[in-house]
Design a protein around this ligand. Structure first.
Ligand SMILES: [Zn+2]
Length: 103
């Protein structure tokens, strides 16, 4: 069994061949020992296919971190807005009481 190593895509590397089709369903044909498109039966280069999956996985992981950090920032921002709203409501209440006492 091979050793697992962390995947670090290189932006300089470009697969030599593109997929021969752009359908999304790929399956492994065990008899022919190739990857094939489920729709048009095009033979897909396995390295390109797995390279594409690996890059999408890295991008997905990066996107998840971005959105998680964004969510935390928004939660913090909402908490600040709630405090500001409370402060303004208190200020208005005090101001209204002061106005009534002057009339
Ligand atoms: Zn296809």
């Amino acid at each position: 069994m091979g050793e697992l190593i962390p995947f670090q895509p290189s932006p300089q590397f470009k697969p030599k061949a593109r997929f021969t089709c752009y359908h999304s369903q790929i399956y492994a044909n065990q008899q022919r020992r190739v990857l094939e498109c489920a729709h048009c039966k095009a033979v897909i280069d396995p390295f390109d296919y797995f390279w594409d999956i690996a890059n999408k996985t890295v991008k997905l992981k990066s996107d998840c971190k971005f959105y998680y950090d964004r969510k935390l920032a928004l939660i913090e921002h909402v908490a600040k807005l709630k405090k500001e709203k409370q402060y303004l409501e208190n200020w208005l209440r005090k101001n209204n009481q002061l106005q009534k006492s002057l009339v």
